[in-house]
Ligand binder design. Structure first.
Ligand SMILES: C[S@@+](CC[C@H](N)C(=O)[O-])C[C@H]1O[C@@H](n2cnc3c(N)ncnc32)[C@H](O)[C@@H]1O
Length: 202
């Protein structure tokens, strides 16, 4: 079903699938959204949304249906996501929207009842005010038992994000370092899905 534009993507996604599943299990949390009306997942700053199928499988394994809403500010990446995920398994549906995720209140079609808000490779170092706003929007879009899940490339950036999200009132459930994360050779101390953290509403 999928072909990716980068050679490493398949293996990176395999590792993400395992890391996500293991961390969720370790957290002891019940994945929300298992009710008959299905799961709603918000993938913020999703870029090409390579991880769409992984998210549907890991978070939606016990759900009858799962809907993913991917949002990114870049038109080209969203175009690629739409093209790649035109066909999905019958219980999965997805929308990909070009939108500034720090201004989700402008998106009238978005409800406030997401079970999961996910953000892969958040970019806190690249504008702390914008990213704090994106985290805030994500928390506001969650159901009471919803979860916010982030991954990070860098140690320092991850710590900044943990502080910012807890500063917004979310409870850090767990944060794990991925020992199997692929090192990015041209960027010192950066690796793919290096850290993963799960938060819930207080
Ligand atoms: C490091 S990339 C991660 C992309 C994707 N999640 C991944 O892991 O491949 C960060 C993404 O944040 C997006 N982004 C930056 N600011 C944004 C904003 N205000 N609203 C929505 N997306 C934004 C960028 O366009 C980019 O796709």
């Amino acid at each position: 079903m999928t072909s990716f534009s980068h050679a490493h993507t398949d293996k990176d996604l395999k590792r993400l699938r395992q890391f996500l599943a293991e961390t969720l299990k370790k957290s002891g949390l019940q994945i929300p959204g298992q009710a008959a009306d299905g799961m709603q997942l918000l993938n913020l700053a999703c870029g090409r949304a390579d991880e769409t199928e992984v998210l549907a499988d890991v978070f939606g394994s016990e759900s009858d249906s799962i809907h993913l809403t991917g949002i990114d500010i870049r038109t080209r990446e969203i175009g690629e996501a739409r093209e790649r995920w035109k066909k999905l398994p019958s219980k999965v549906s997805a929308d990909f929207l070009v939108q500034d995720a720090s201004q989700l209140d402008r998106l009238k079609q978005l409800n406030n009842e997401f079970d999961i808000a996910f953000m892969r490779h958040q970019n806190f170092w690249n504008g702390d005010t914008t990213w704090t706003k994106i985290y805030d929007e994500a928390l506001h879009r969650l159901d009471d038992d919803g979860l916010l899940v982030i991954t990070s490339y860098f140690d320092h950036e991850h710590r900044l994000a943990l502080d910012a999200i807890q500063g917004l009132g979310a409870e850090l459930v767990c944060s794990e370092r991925n020992s199997d994360s692929r090192i990015i050779t041209d960027a010192p101390n950066k690796s793919v899905d290096r850290h993963l953290a799960i938060f819930r509403k207080p």
